[in-house]
Design a protein around this ligand. Sequence first.
Ligand code: PMT
Length: 220
Amino acid sequence: RAGRPFEGKRIMITAGPTYEAIDPVRYIGNHSSGKMGYALAEAAAAMGAEVTLISGPTALECSDPEVRVIRVTSAAEMHAEAHRFFPEADIVIGAAAVADYRPENQATEKIKKSGDSITLSLVKNPDIIASLGKLKKQQYLVGFALETEKELEYARKKLHEKHLDAIVLNSLRDPGAGFGSSTNKVTFIDKNLEITPFELKTKAEVARDILHEIHKRLEN
Ligand code: PMT
């Protein structure tokens, strides 16, 4: 059991970007590769958890066949799947980069090139992790914060406003951190505002660090 501290625990993880359709051929997306979320899913499974990975569009395959992978495209789909699996989860980690806005209307046909400029009207997407924060009972809820400035201040604000138990901060100002790369540099902040910074490491190592921080707090 020493090597499998999450035996008997159900962990739900969101990963990757979401794509918000403009028309049948175009979308609004972001640079998330899914690597951080997939690393978390694989590490959690190796630590004995029953893992559900809700993944936005990525080129990745989960290396552990025991992980239940649910593939989605848009924030609305990710929201629906996350709410479907949430009641049975013990731990939830939101590593996905969910689009905050989507096009108000999706054109059913490809939009044709016409004038020199066009305007796209956007409406807000539901905040998945915040909506789970309002519903949570036994679940330990962990978000990520991807920041480019005022990192600690914005991360604490998200921790509080989304009713999280902890938040993992990564900053695009740190080389080798955030989107795309196989490394990340994170700071784990819990709801008591205990702050644990980590060095630059591979995402597999970062995933284990995050899971150990969660485990320590569940043991207490
Ligand atoms: O996928 P990789 O290339 O490996 O990159 C990893 C990562 C940079 C995407 C990851 O480490 C990360 O930081 N993910 C969160 C990115 C993000 O959208 O951060 P945010 O600060 O905008 O969102 C805060 C939290 O709310 C996140 O847990 C996010 O999943 C969640 N959220 C945000 C908006 C929304 N509509 N629903 C959400 O659940």
